[in-house]
Unconditional design. Structure first.
Length: 132
């Protein structure tokens, strides 16, 4: 049985747990049943808006749509130069997914990872920078 993360959400909004796609939670959350490490990690996550903005900037700087693997490589390689906040590849995927939920990033085809596996490619939605 899975625990509902946002018990106040209406059942018709299950496809988007945040309800309105322009509103995201102010911080990370952990489920009651999650181990103490998950709660500590959620408590340590701050400034989601700044992190989301940095991922959006990273995507805007790319000439072509990127896989999550390529987004992480580009982000980590340029973070110091652009003064972006530190994020793990997993955190970058989460921020990208949040931007997709807000309609600021869209799926733009399929790419190939270094392992040969196929993966979705992502790019900014038209007018994404103005929607922030």
């Amino acid at each position: 049985m899975t625990e509902q993360l946002f018990p106040s959400e209406r059942p018709d909004r299950l496809t988007n747990p945040y309800g309105d796609p322009t509103l995201l939670p102010k911080g990370a959350r952990a489920r009651r049943a999650d181990p103490p490490e998950s709660h500590a990690a959620a408590a340590s996550v701050t400034d989601l808006t700044r992190k989301q903005t940095a991922v959006l900037e990273c995507l805007l700087l790319q000439a072509a749509p990127q896989t999550d693997y390529a987004i992480a490589a580009d982000y980590l390689g340029q973070a110091d130069a652009y003064l972006w906040p530190e994020q793990s590849p997993s955190g970058l995927r989460t921020r990208r997914a949040e931007l997709v939920a807000r309609g600021l990033v869209i799926r733009a085809g399929i790419g190939v990872l270094p392992t040969g596996r196929k993966a979705a490619r992502w790019t900014t939605a038209p007018g994404a920078w103005g929607k922030r």
